[in-house]
Design a protein around this ligand. Structure first.
Ligand code: FMN
Length: 187
């Protein structure tokens, strides 16, 4: 797929089929993520790939966290939370390393680089005919979820990228342009 077609034609696909993805397809996505630019070549992105029953482990952590915060929540609400990671056959969790105090790297740049990795993954998914959605929400900031992934409380989960074959391919649409977001300085 031509680059500009991929950039302009990619749309968020929230509904995907449960069919599993081949490992080599998932690795193509990760490889695209790992091509992102990053300052000082620290490669600050970390990927956790959840598939199959692996997704249930995250669901259990989410449900436990939800239950802690909502002790009177009905069982259906817990079940709904537990099922969230099952919305796609593959969930790629992207986080950013926190720079060591003696490193030249700085946090905002690591976050920027890991975010660029997320976009590369979305574009690669689109180019491969997959559907993907970049999700964050409360779960990206949840202390128990971070702990499950071995992240410190002040580390950032940039996103949960849900990927699968599209259930329905949304029509591409024209996004707002850049015109009202640009200032030109020529002299
Ligand atoms: C950092 C980030 C976090 C996002 N989190 C969510 C989310 O939690 N839930 C969701 O439905 N979409 C989420 N999205 C996807 C946006 O809703 C989506 O990109 C937006 O609607 C524009 O659609 P498009 O990707 O088709 O251009 C997120 C996107 C970004 C960049």
């Amino acid at each position: 797929m031509e680059l500009f077609d991929a950039i302009h034609g990619r749309v968020t696909v929230g509904k995907v089929k449960p069919d599993p993805l081949q490992r080599d397809v998932i690795e193509k996505l990760l490889s695209a993520g790992a091509q992102a630019p990053n300052h000082y070549k620290v490669r600050p992105w970390r990927f956790v790939v959840l598939t199959g029953d692996g997704r249930k482990k995250l669901g259990d952590v989410m449900a436990a966290s939800f239950s802690d915060r909502n002790p009177d929540a009905p069982a259906e609400a817990l079940d709904k939370t537990r099922a969230l990671p099952l919305r796609a056959p593959v969930v790629i969790v992207v986080s950013a390393d926190k720079p060591a105090p003696d490193s030249k790297a700085i946090e905002i740049e690591n976050i920027s680089a890991a975010s660029a990795a997320c976009q590369n993954i979305l574009l690669a998914a689109h180019a491969l005919g997959l559907g993907a959605i970049w999700r964050t929400g409360e779960w990206a900031r949840d202390a128990r979820v971070k702990d499950f992934f071995g992240l410190a409380a002040d580390q950032h989960i940039l996103g949960f990228i849900y990927v699968g074959y599209p259930e329905v391919q949304p029509e591409p649409y024209t996004r707002a342009g850049f015109e009202d977001r640009v200032t030109w300085i020529s002299e």
